[in-house]
Design a protein around this ligand. Structure first.
Ligand code: AMP
Length: 612
């Protein structure tokens, strides 16, 4: 029997105004005392972990003050702790990184050696994540009143999980959160009143999950005050799903029955609590969906929607025009900034323009430090951050309250769950301050060149994948003269495009299947987050190779030089974003090829044999 959802009634003494006031006061207090809070957080982390192997090895000797910490502990990346992580994954339960038991691994969308990074976490972190979530709606309600009077239509999904050889669960942070009782058994709160029943969110089958969430969202269309997903890409996928399946959905609404493809009994039961035969509503949806243009479909189908709640900062900004189109320019709201390592902060001015979004780091979440970043100004304006830091560079890290307006930093965290001076890889710029706490624009993830959904492909991975693929050209005496890449989000789902300029020395024609093999080889060589997006989440479309005319990359160089690039320093970019450059490349395409099938992907790390 599926577990019946807990009915969470409004308690008689529930006082939303008072609750909101307390939360806003908490934000005032934390940001006003940011430095003191940070000092306490570090002391707490270091004293409770004084005896863990990692701190002992570095000789911290139980000291908990900032100076000793900074003078003793190195600034690290994932590769530095990977051996410790592997021991934990293999079942070593001794206090290696953290004194509290590691409850599970959170699998990051950042990868190392092609596999998701494994972030150890502890039970307590759930409380910290819930706290950050609890800040979002009181902040929002200052700007948009009445959000407690209706529902949020959020498309939320879980992903597959695996077991490490030592038996710990490894799964993405949101899967962990949605499966936790903090989410499933959440007490009454008008702000977590969603159109999607828990069972539809917790359904492992992504088609059934999306279908049932959309059906419930349509049935409750008048109650919906806000819509969203975690990332912009996910929300657009939901709209595309509607475009493809609205006839089936309308049929269900007309008849009050659920399509037979929805087989999960708990999902069917949960949906049946909401679905009632409503021919009028079915007619209305049908009329709207059959119109030629889908412009403004969100406001047409969900007329009381006040904003779209999705992350559109970082690489997600590529989806802003599409969202504007579907929502007729409703505010796009980015509420929070978080990761598997740690939840970081909230946007205190959520109705601002996407380009102005800044996140205030919440000082209780972790101990934060900031590594100053140099911009190689000149043409490339590239970011330069050393991979490993020497002693002088380690001394350059500054504390939360000491960052300077306008400067850029790489975020470094020390968490309650065993990361000490860990470089997250995100580049942030100080945009302002809330009391003593800085507010940051998200600038980029270091080194990432291509991203469609949560995949993050860096230049080295791309280069390696291309190198593997060009082996298919050897028998034809053809070589790759130049290449670049582009994240094409004009298709849904978006897909990677590689522009290839070839040098052809032989006379044997190259059959299209050879280029298709090249596409597939590239996909097989990319990291597991990319391949999961292709295979399991279907959030990334087949990779495309576009062969361009000889001389195209010379034209690209001419164009860059006309814009001020130095001829001596010019290197073909490995990724292009600037629309005129993409147009130039597209205007010289002679043929296109797509990956003929999905690459291989399995849940868990490739070296784990007991994946489920
Ligand atoms: P993961 O570890 O898979 O949860 O991914 C976390 C990463 O996603 C962060 O380190 C950022 O690079 C990115 N990210 C998370 N929140 C935001 C946001 N609000 N804006 C831009 N990027 C974000």
């Amino acid at each position: 029997m599926p577990e019946a959802p807990k009915i969470t009634q409004k308690p008689a003494d529930y006082n939303l105004e008072l609750k909101n006031k307390k939360i806003l006061q908490f934000i005032e207090d934390m940001t006003s005392n940011a430095d003191e809070v940070q000092k306490t957080v570090l002391e707490e982390i270091l004293s409770s972990n004084a005896h863990v192997e990692y701190l002992k090895k570095h000789g911290l000797d139980g000291r908990t003050d900032r100076d000793s910490f900074k003078n003793t502990m190195p600034v690290i990346t994932y590769e530095d702790i990977q051996p410790y992580v592997e021991r934990i994954a293999n079942g070593d339960m001794s206090p290696i990184l953290c004194s509290k038991p590691i409850s599970e691994f959170l699998t990051s969308s950042g990868t190392s050696g092609g596999e998701r990074k494994l972030m150890p976490t502890i039970e307590d972190e759930l409380g910290r994540r819930s706290l950050l979530y609890s800040l979002l709606m009181p902040v929002m309600s200052q700007f948009v009143p009445g959000l407690d009077k209706g529902k949020g239509m959020y498309f939320l999904f879980i992903k597959s999980e695996a077991k490490t050889p030592g038996g710990l669960v490894a799964r993405p942070v949101l899967t962990s959160y949605y499966k936790s009782s903090n989410f499933k058994d959440r007490p009454y709160d008008p702000y977590t009143n969603y159109t999607s029943p828990n069972e539809t969110i917790l359904c492992q089958d992504s088609y059934q999950s999306m279908y049932s969430q959309m059906l419930c969202g349509l049935c409750q269309h008048k109650e919906v005050l806000r819509v969203g997903a975690v990332f912009a890409s996910g929300f657009i996928r939901a709209i595309k799903f509607l475009e493809k399946h609205w006839r089936l959905l309308c049929n269900d609404i007309r008849t009050g029955t659920i399509d037979s493809k929805i087989t999960d009994p708990s999902v069917r039961e949960a949906v049946m609590n909401i679905l009632k035969a409503d021919p009028k509503l079915a007619d209305f949806i049908e009329a709207e969906c059959s119109k030629d243009s889908w412009q403004g479909i969100i406001t047409r189908l969900w007329p009381n929607t006040k904003y779209v709640d999705v992350i559109v900062t970082g690489t997600m900004s590529q989806y802003i025009p599409t969202l504007d189109f579907y929502s007729n320019g409703l505010p796009l709201v980015c509420t929070m900034y978080a990761s598997s390592e740690c939840y970081f902060g909230v946007n205190l001015n959520p109705l601002c323009k996407p380009s102005e979004v800044s996140y205030t780091l919440v000082p209780t979440m972790a101990y934060f430090e900031f590594l100053p970043i140099q911009r190689n100004n000149g043409v490339s304006n590239s970011i330069s951050v050393p991979k490993t830091l020497n002693e002088k560079e380690q001394q350059e890290l500054v504390d939360l309250v000491d960052v300077k307006l306008g400067l850029e930093y790489e975020l470094v965290v020390t968490t309650y769950s065993g990361l000490f001076r860990y470089r997250v890889g995100d580049v942030l710029r100080v945009a302002g301050f809330k009391n003593k706490a800085p507010q940051f624009n998200f600038i980029c993830r270091k080194n990432v060149v291509l991203s469609i959904d949560s995949d993050k492909t860096d230049e080295v991975e791309l280069q390696h994948a291309v190198k593997n693929a060009v082996n298919h050209l050897l028998p034809f005496d053809a070589t790759l003269a130049e290449y670049t890449s582009f994240a094409d989000t004009t298709t849904v789902p978006g897909h990677y495009v590689l522009y290839w300029e070839l040098s052809l020395n032989g006379n044997t024609p190259i059959h299209p299947s050879v280029f298709e093999d090249c596409c597939l080889t590239i996909e097989e060589s990319l990291n597991s987050v990319y391949r999961q997006g292709r295979v399991s989440d279907k959030s990334i479309g087949p990779l495309e190779i576009k062969i361009v005319e000889p001389g195209t990359f010379d034209k690209l160089m001419d164009y860059a030089i006309s814009l001020g690039a130095s001829i001596n320093q010019y290197k073909a970019p490995r990724c292009v974003k600037f629309a005129p450059i993409v147009e130039l490349l597209n205007s010289r395409v002679v043929s296109c090829y797509f990956s003929p099938k999905c690459p291989k992907w399995f849940p868990g790390h490739k070296q784990w044999s007991n994946t489920n």
